[in-house]
Design a protein around this ligand. Structure first.
Ligand SMILES: C[S@@+](CC[C@H](N)C(=O)[O-])C[C@H]1O[C@@H](n2cnc3c(N)ncnc32)[C@H](O)[C@@H]1O
Length: 335
């Protein structure tokens, strides 16, 4: 029987069937190369080696980099990804080129060592340098949506509580919700489900995220690398009007205006930071927010990023936005 995950992948991601043999050969070659390197590492570096739950120390990084340089490993995975995906934009950004020509998300968070990548992998893929053919989709998905992104239902209860009241009061027919930086989409489904539960008729939600693979996982309610988080989609009705698109929050790939913009875990974080970026985002929001609309920003960041979020809020005020809440949860509106 064919694997449904792989079948979906073949159809949706347009795996180049003509290259299937080429992919297998490339995989076998790289598996051999990296297993040999791992053998050298184990023969020369005494334990303890990387293990789940152990903090990666600078010395660990140094030793792994000597035998298993992460940049080369990523380059090799990228070569596989080029054979796997018909369109290069589907390649997880962590494997894409860093540099001036890089677009949304490219080259972000360049990993310092292989253990830093393993730290974010599900247990079945972590600690490994070789993979079976069937593991490539889960591997690429894990790289596109690392655990640190943390998208999950129930992540922002305070925001939900406020929105519940807002939805009851707006009770607008055809409410349009835009979720920027939606990740794998649990939050997008959740906000739509809440709107429906509050009696909003015919709502529509669109999630935008810069990783095409994340948008694909969200649309299919399937995380091939993470069955537990896949099962969390079950709480949302399958036929809800939620759509996903790959794109940049500062160059919106959607038209029209939106009554509610949700933008959680993005502004002031490591991927969307700095006064110029905030200016562009705010002007996009000024264009995209419907009259009387609301934009909300929940921030799961550590204390170290509070100043960045505060700077975003201050800039919004100078542009005439009404700003409420604090750096953990901001509400922006235009009068
Ligand atoms: C920390 S995760 C937050 C996910 C989700 N909103 C949540 O709070 O659970 C940030 C997400 O934003 C996406 N992202 C990063 N930069 C982006 C950009 N410029 N435009 C759109 N999405 C972006 C990442 O791929 C990632 O999925």
């Amino acid at each position: 029987m064919s694997d449904p995950t792989r079948t979906a992948c073949d159809a949706e991601l347009r795996l180049r069937r003509a290259d299937a043999d080429g992919l297998k050969q490339a995989l076998a070659r790289l598996n051999g190369k990296w297993e040999a390197r791992l053998g050298l590492f184990r023969g020369n570096v005494p334990p303890p080696w990387w293990a789940e739950g152990l903090a990666v120390q600078p010395e660990t990084r140094r030793q792994y980099e000597l035998y298993l340089p992460v940049a080369e490993f990523c380059r090799d995975l990228r070569a596989l990804a080029e054979l796997f995906f018909a369109c290069p934009s589907w390649i997880p950004s962590v494997l894409r080129r860093v540099g001036p020509g890089a677009t949304c998300g490219e080259g972000r968070c360049t990993p310092l060592s292989l253990p830093d990548i393993w730290d974010e992998m599900p247990p079945a893929l972590a600690g490994r340098v070789s993979f079976a053919d069937m593991e490539l989709l889960p591997l690429f998905c894990a790289l596109a949506a690392p655990a640190r992104f943390g998208t999950a239902p129930g992540r922002y209860p305070e925001q939900q509580t406020f929105l519940q009241e807002w939805f009851v009061n707006v009770s607008r027919n055809g409410l349009r919700v835009l979720d920027l930086g939606c990740g794998v989409g649990h939050g997008t489904y959740e906000v739509l489900a809440l709107a429906e539960a509050c009696g909003v008729r015919n709502p529509l939600a669109v999630g935008v995220t810069c990783e095409p693979l994340e948008a694909w996982m969200a649309a299919h309610r399937l995380l091939p690398h993470d069955p537990l988080r896949t099962s969390q989609f079950e709480r949302f009705a399958p036929a809800v009007p939620v759509r996903f698109a790959a794109g940049d929050a500062v160059r919106l790939p959607v038209r029209g205006t939106w009554h509610l913009v949700v933008c959680n875990g993005l502004v002031g974080g490591e991927y969307l930071c700095g006064p110029e970026t905030y200016e562009v985002l705010l002007s996009e929001l000024e264009r995209a927010l419907a009259p009387g609309g609301l934009a909300t920003f929940a921030n799961p960041f550590h204390e170290g990023r509070s100043a960045h979020v505060a700077a975003f809020a201050a800039l919004a005020r100078t542009r005439g936005w009404t700003v409420q809440g604090d750096v953990r949860l901001l509400w922006l509106s235009l009068s």
